[in-house]
Design a protein around this ligand. Sequence first.
Ligand SMILES: *Cc1c(COP(=O)(O)O)cnc(C)c1O
Length: 244
Amino acid sequence: MTDRQRARYEELGENLEVVERRIADACAAAGRERSEVTLIVVTKTYPAEDSALLAGLGVTDVAENRDQDAAPKADLCVDLPLTWHFVGQLQTNKVRSVLRYADTVHSVDRDRLVESLSAAVVRDGRAPLGCLVQVALDKEHGEGGHRAGVAPEDVLALADKIAGAPGLRLDGVMTVAPLAGPLAGDPAASFARLMEIASAVRAVHPAATMVSAGMSGDLEQAIAAGATHVRIGTAVLGVRSPLR
Ligand SMILES: *Cc1c(COP(=O)(O)O)cnc(C)c1O
């Protein structure tokens, strides 16, 4: 390692310790086991070198939101013991590329994407793809909505569609706390609403147990509500450049 790499390794290690402490404290406060929550580090905009350092620090799960950045990064990291999650808007023309590295797509938001993912998994003969329905909590009751995702009332239909699609596995639901609508600025209420939706999905699809919620600013509220996977970028890697 160069001095610069060593310094970055130490910085990431310290940041991970802080995040790990926050997760452990939030689990303890909620009466949950630490093992009930998986940390996914969102590496978007950061170089493959950071992903390698994170793997060296024991991180097992990373997430990306743009295939253009993620595909070359995943190629460079192919020998590392990392599980890749895709969490961004996914165009159908990027599906085949994403399927080369992603184990789970958190951002399934429309029928056409389900059909495209299913066809590609079957065609490539790869292992089943885990899918989460992205819920747009600000689209409740016909409101406009700024976030990607499906309105709460449409979640079950999309979940059914995934569950019935060859090559896809319905793993659960995902959300980003809304910036608009009545739940804006209230992550606790937002994640409580997500848990109601997750329960409704689980009532029909018992294996769909994943609840992907909570980012650097609201992981405590997400864990309190019952999140099983938190997606943390800034708190581990630092503030992203506004140019990206
Ligand atoms: C960037 C991103 C995150 C991480 O956000 P931070 O605030 O940096 O922790 C989580 N989820 C999604 C979908 C993202 O795009």
